[in-house]
Design a protein around this ligand. Structure first.
Ligand SMILES: O=C(O)CCC(=O)C(=O)O
Ligand SMILES: [Fe+2]
Length: 364
């Protein structure tokens, strides 16, 4: 068993905010001022029927990649450099595992508020049912409720935040977390090869990892053109695997100064490079700004499974990623200090990485 200290993610905590799901349940047209975005931040809600297909993010066949297929490996390199996002198909995670995971999240958010509150964030722990990145009473809020859980390794799980009254909840996470870990490790092994190392090169650099899940519930919104489901941010991790709703699109990524909708592909997993990988690769691979928009009539669920280093790791560019052509672009920082910095602030695209570790004089 891990010690009690290890079971608390002492990264700082968000202010408590109301449940948006409850707000909508009480009045489907309610739209408090705190959720109405400033003009410049409001989304243009795309019409799925006419959204340009030339802007679809890369799709990678994971089974081919794992076999060392050269085309797929090249695609991975390009996807991490140019897009920071891609979708994987043939990833080998059984459909049943994906369906049970999605059903477990749906079941959690269907619980009455009093039940969900039994798993609410507590003390200085980031885990549990609640919200993240709310640092001031004036800031604009996400049209989203969330649950954050540390899922691996087993010994640091804090089961008091796990909804044990939902049959199959823990089993669904157990099975999906194991599969997701395998996929994330295989992707990192391939990225290591692309960086000119052996398969374990990256892993040797970031050391032991933790896995955490952020479960998002975006209630329908009567004015999706005025609110944002999750505000623009980059993920502060090594790599993220995102399961999104097959039926309700919502994820948008910033690509060449445009917001591109990531169209769901049945059973695919969306993958994105996190800030830590951007830093380790000295900016060769990009952690891209993304956000979620809402839907007028349908709720949307998503699950971000993140792979993160331990708090004490000193993050900074790897030696093999720095040379005369690519001078060091980031300073070093303890991972815990990086997390505390960003969790004490509202999400702001890539500003936090730029304001902490990015060396200003270097090229980008
Ligand atoms: O809901 C989505 O598609 C995005 C969620 C996300 O970016 C996150 O949880 O970090
Ligand atoms: Fe994200």
């Amino acid at each position: 068993m891990g010690s009690e200290d290890e079971k608390v993610s002492d990264w700082g905590k968000s202010l408590t905010v109301p449940s948006v799901q409850e707000l909508v349940r009480n009045d489907p047209h309610s739209l408090p001022e705190r959720y109405i975005q400033l003009h410049r931040d409001r989304p243009v809600v795309p019409d799925m029927a006419v959204a340009p297909s030339s802007f679809d993010i890369p799709i990678i066949d994971f089974a081919l990649l794992a076999k060392g297929d050269e085309d797929e490996t090249r695609k991975l390199d390009l996807a991490c450099k140019e897009w920071g996002f891609f979708q994987i198909i043939n990833h080998g995670v059984p459909e049943e595992v994906l369906l049970k995971m999605k059903a477990a999240i749906a079941a959690f958010f269907e619980l009455p508020l009093e039940e969900k509150n039994k798993y609410a964030q507590d003390g200085n722990d980031f885990q549990g049912y609640g919200q993240a990145y709310v640092a001031s009473e004036d800031q604009k809020l996400d049209w989203c409720d969330m649950v954050f859980l540390i899922t691996l390794p087993h010994e640091i799980r804090n089961l008091k935040y796990w909804a044990d009254t939902i049959p199959g909840f823990k089993d669904a996470i157990d099975r999906y977390s194991k599969e997701a870990q395998k996929v994330a490790e295989e992707l990192c092994a391939n990225i290591s090869l692309l960086m000119g190392m052996d398969k374990d090169g990256l892993q040797r650099s970031y050391g032991k990892t933790k896995q955490a899940m952020r479960m998002n519930y975006y209630p329908p919104c009567s004015r999706p053109d005025l609110v944002i489901g999750i505000n623009p941010h980059s993920d502060p991790d090594i790599i993220t695997l995102l399961l999104q709703d097959d039926e309700v699109p919502g994820l948008q990524i910033r690509h060449k100064d445009e917001w591109i909708l990531v169209k769901p592909i049945h059973n695919a997993i969306v993958v994105n490079v996190g800030d830590v990988l951007e830093i380790l690769s000295n900016g060769m691979y990009k952690s891209i700004e993304h956000r979620a928009i809402t839907n007028e009539s349908k709720a949307r669920l998503s699950l971000a499974t993140i792979m993160i280093p331990y708090d004490e790791l000193e993050i900074g560019p790897m030696e093999c990623a720095v040379d005369d052509h690519r001078p060091r672009m980031y300073a070093n920082m303890k991972y815990l200090d990086y997390l505390r910095y960003i969790f004490a602030r509202k999400m702001e695209g890539k500003a936090h990485l730029d304001n902490t570790l990015k060396i200003k004089s270097s090229f980008s």
